[in-house]
Design a protein around this ligand. Structure first.
Ligand code: B4P
Length: 198
């Protein structure tokens, strides 16, 4: 499916909200790459790169990787050819500092974020989702203690970014409870008028 104009989208929600799951289908619907900072970090850890060594302990503890490292990585990734026609960022920005950086980066190119999808979910339900994933995938940051800590980090560091995008008029709130298909359809419906697809 081709699009009428480049779509630059963000998907935000607490750990376990289903960002990664929804990002794939949404990006496909818009014909843009889904870029997950969490996936990029995990890939680097798996391959034992310099970046991977730097972030291994931080991510395992459920802490945020410093903005300096994350910003540089995103700048490099969205500068690549496949992101010229738009992108969907999953898990970035996660701090007010990252919002400021991304805004400046895009402004320098005369661009802006078209819409920010906020997945709204119930905390107990998402903790249960992540514990289930822990049994299936065994991610090191999916222990109950680290999951609870990641929820706190989200509330303290990431939730404040939503106010910024709300003020800019780009926030789109979507109910993230229900089946994967139901949530996917809600996201597409909510974006339809704001970010047209061809
Ligand atoms: P992420 O990979 O982004 O981890 P996350 O917030 O836990 O999100 P995840 O993608 O795993 O979960 P999702 O909501 O998709 O980041 C990992 C770490 O990397 C961070 O803790 C941090 O250390 C570091 N990091 C990443 N970005 C950073 C940044 N910008 N700045 C600093 N540090 C950064 O949940 C998906 C789960 O729910 C799946 O198991 C799925 O099967 C299930 N699910 C989805 N939809 C469902 C539904 N409708 N019903 C039932 N289950 C569902």
């Amino acid at each position: 499916m081709t699009q009428t104009a480049p779509a630059r989208l963000l998907i935000v929600g607490p750990p376990g909200a289903g960002k990664g799951t929804q990002a794939t289908g949404l990006a496909e619907a818009y014909g843009i790459p889904a870029i997950s900072t969490g996936d990029i970090f995990r890939e680097n850890i798996k391959n034992g790169t310099e970046l991977g060594k730097k972030v291994q302990e931080i991510t395992a503890a459920g802490e945020l990787v410093p903005d300096s490292l994350t910003n540089e990585l995103v700048q490099d990734r969205i500068g690549q050819d496949d992101a010229k026609g738009g992108f969907l960022l999953d898990g970035y920005p996660r701090t007010l500092g990252q919002v400021e950086f991304l805004t400046g980066l895009l402004e320098a190119e005369g661009q802006a974020i078209d819409a920010v999808v906020q997945l709204e979910v119930d905390t107990d339900a998402v903790v249960a989702r992540l514990l289930k994933r822990a049994q299936e995938l065994g991610r090191v940051d999916d222990t109950e203690e680290v999951i609870r800590h990641r929820q706190d980090v989200y509330a303290n560091e990431t939730a404040p970014i939503l106010g910024v995008y709300e003020q800019r008029g780009s926030l789109v709130k979507v109910d993230g409870m229900g089946s994967v298909e139901e949530v996917a359809q809600r996201i597409l419906d909510a974006l339809e008028a704001r970010v047209p697809r061809a």
